[in-house]
Design a protein around this ligand. Structure first.
Ligand code: ZN
Length: 404
């Protein structure tokens, strides 16, 4: 295994992954995971887009590395605890990845800044965008090494001291510029692709598809109860309680606290209802599973299909921004909840449609509404200003009573 004892060498590996990501047509971002001696455990590129189609809104390099780590451990591989492992990223981690990193307890070394979505978006290393209880942990885990030079890419060191195995503790101006430019060069095209879905008035109701239609069959394979429940659009009701309760029970059996997330489409049809898989990886929450499952279902149906079939998928299985995510449990102050809020932002990617302001609903609150609003108002600018992440409780009291 390769040993990267200089921060600069590790950043060069992350930049190599970012180049690969850019070549794959996705965000030009990459990361590498190092053990307690500086050995490379695994490096990964961003994987949000695959084959020219949206593939996984949670497919950021850091998140994938963390799930890889837990799956290796679950498979019996002896790996050091997260506290001894460092993830070196080409770009400041977004809210989802920051939540995932803090939830698991890894350390991070960050190359290029991200003023829109980064943990350190304001550059002050105070992590004021995080729930108060996580700020000290972030300050002790996130390192922003010095970049020597006189250009706009230069910076003084900030955040936590990096792990002691790093000998050289600086990043070259060229590497820093490369990391920043790879993301900049890819962002507009990828965002355009992720926002290329149909408008609300072009969508078709999948409940009208004949029995045995391939889209209907694919949905039912992903979720046995798909299309069995129908609510009024954006008004989840007690008809969802049985499927949510069943998924919550499965979530408990799979290592979670009894959470579940359902996705309704623009017509109020139930598309998916999904538990977490936290026994396999601590960051596989119900929402992470749900948004990934839906995106990958659409990808599978569109990949290699002709234009007519692709259009049909976009009409009947629309982008989730036109529907409603129904969380059995609302966001809390934890790192996992912060990850879910970030992953929700990455799923929406652009502004929520004006006609669908209540896209994010929860049944059982973990926080009172005022505290939750404050938490969302402190998110980095992408989530707060561009997307407008705004969870609200479901209006139907019977649904709340049924899960209480
Ligand atoms: Zn991320």
């Amino acid at each position: 295994m390769k040993k990267a004892v200089d921060i600069q060498a590790a950043v060069a590996i992350a930049a190599g992954e970012a180049i690969a990501a850019r070549g794959n047509g996705t965000f030009g971002i990459g990361a590498v995971m190092l053990d307690q001696h500086g050995n490379v455990l695994r490096a990964m590129p961003n994987g949000v887009v695959r084959d020219g189609l949206p593939y996984d809104p949670t497919g950021h390099a850091e998140r994938q590395l963390i799930d890889w780590y837990f799956s290796e451990r679950a498979g019996g591989r002896a790996l050091p605890p997260p506290q001894e492992i460092t993830i070196v990223t080409s770009l400041d981690p977004c809210a989802m990845c920051t939540g995932a990193i803090l939830s698991a307890g890894f350390r991070v070394v960050v190359a290029a800044p991200d003023t829109e979505a980064g943990a350190n978006h304001d550059g002050r290393c105070g992590f004021g965008g995080l729930p108060e209880g996580l700020r000290a942990q972030a300050a002790a885990a996130f390192s922003y090494p010095a970049v020597l030079g006189g250009s706009a890419y230069a910076r003084v060191a900030g955040g936590a001291p990096p792990a002691s195995f790093f000998i050289g503790k600086t990043i070259s101006e060229q590497s820093q510029a490369l990391c920043a430019l790879l993301c900049e060069a890819s962002a507009a095209r990828v965002q355009a692709l992720l926002n290329s879905d149909l408008a609300r008035d072009e969508l078709k109701d999948p409940a009208t598809l004949p029995a045995g239609h391939p889209l209907r069959r694919a949905l039912r394979r992903a979720c046995a109860g798909a299309l069995d429940v129908r609510c009024a659009p954006a008004r989840p009701d007690a008809g969802l309680a049985p499927v949510l309760r069943q998924a919550m029970e499965l979530d408990r059996r799979q290592g979670g606290e009894g959470d579940a997330v359902a996705l309704l489409d623009a017509f109020g049809n139930l598309l998916l209802c999904v538990p977490g898989r936290r026994g396999e990886s601590g960051i596989r929450t119900a929402f992470m599973e749900c948004t990934r499952l839906y995106a990958q279902l659409r990808h599978r149906l569109m990949h290699g299909a002709d234009a007519r079939v692709q259009r049909e998928v976009r009409e009947y299985l629309a982008h989730p921004k036109h529907g409603t995510f129904v969380f059995a449990r609302g966001p809390g102050r934890t790192a996992d909840s912060y990850m879910d809020l970030g992953a929700y932002g990455s799923t929406m990617e652009g502004p929520l449609p004006a006609e669908n302001p209540a896209q994010f609903q929860y049944v059982l609150p973990r926080l009172e509404a005022g505290e939750l609003d404050a938490l969302c108002a402190a998110l980095p600018p992408l989530y707060r200003k561009v997307i407008g992440v705004r969870p609200g409780q479901v209006a139907d009291r019977d649904l709340v009573a049924a899960l209480s």
